[in-house]
Design a protein around this ligand. Structure first.
Ligand code: FPP
Length: 258
């Protein structure tokens, strides 16, 4: 890892590096961490961090689309986040409503299509409606897919997939030996992303270096970039730096480099 990626001091950042336009990661997935700490550092309530984090989502969506990224997956709410105080959960549930209310016209102007993966039927009705409307309003956009993971958890996702496949076996529609890696992928919530279902690059902000139940199956061959800034202070320039680091990795997928 490049040391400057873990350095909050912008003045020590190197000059902007040129990216190779032919090696842009198709699917970038981001664990948007550090909203609470960003707020605490400023003596603000945690939810102020989430609000600023929502603004960062707007900035990074446009930057990712401009870079030519095909799918941007953002981990917005995990199946474990329900454990947070009720006020914070309520705030996080209202964020998509505010976000889509305000931002759908810009998404359409940028040809960005919204997709949401997760146990959305467990979300409050207003959140479900906002999500459904955003998906419908952007359905004709054929540029980048902005894929929110909302009430998403990878272990739950894999468990659901295994249950579905097991039922097919039980009903005699499938033999256990016919279960393939491709079949498992096809039963996951990323299946609608087609050829882009596995992230090429996973970014986590705020200096934490863990996966937190995010896309456990799909990240088998992803590149990871962990960055020190908290999500509310993440910028298009930092996204470029992560892509730059990605472009200097050697991806071997278990094979040998040429
Ligand atoms: C993690 O930071 C962040 C979250 C659990 C929520 C992420 C949500 C957003 C960035 C806004 C989403 C916007 C839309 C449009 C849905 P944390 O609260 O765990 O931070 P901490 O580790 O510093 O406490």
């Amino acid at each position: 890892m490049f040391s400057w990626l873990n350095n909050n001091n912008q003045s020590e950042m190197p000059e902007k590096k040129e990216l190779d336009p032919d090696n842009i990661p198709a699917h970038v997935a981001i664990i948007m961490d550090g909203n609470g700490r960003w707020a605490q550092k400023r003596h603000l309530p945690r939810v102020a961090g989430h609000k600023q984090g929502m603004n960062t989502v707007k900035t990074i969506t446009k930057a990712a689309s401009n870079l030519g990224i095909k799918v941007l997956t953002l981990y917005a709410f995990s199946t474990e986040n329900w454990k947070r105080p009720e006020d914070e959960v309520n705030y996080l549930m209202k964020l998509p409503v505010d976000f889509f209310d305000d931002f759908v016209p810009e998404l359409i102007a940028n040809n960005v299509r919204v997709n949401v993966m997760g146990y959305t039927d467990q979300l409050p009705q207003k959140t479900q409606t906002a999500v459904a409307n955003a998906i419908k309003d952007t359905q004709d956009c054929d540029g980048m897919v902005l894929n929110f993971a909302l009430n998403y958890g990878s272990r739950a996702e894999i468990t659901t997939a295994v249950q579905t496949i097991a039922k097919s076996v039980q009903q005699g529609e499938l033999k256990p030996e016919d279960i393939s890696s491709e079949m498992i992928s096809a039963h996951l919530m990323t299946a609608p992303l087609g050829q882009y279902q596995d992230p090429d690059l996973v970014i986590r902000t705020s200096g934490e270096e863990r996966i937190s139940n995010f896309l456990l199956w799909q990240i088998a061959y992803s590149e990871f970039v962990f960055m020190a800034p908290h999500w509310p202070e993440f910028t298009a320039d930092l996204l470029n730096q992560a892509v730059y680091e990605y472009q200097h990795r050697k991806r071997r997928f278990g094979g040998l480099t040429k």
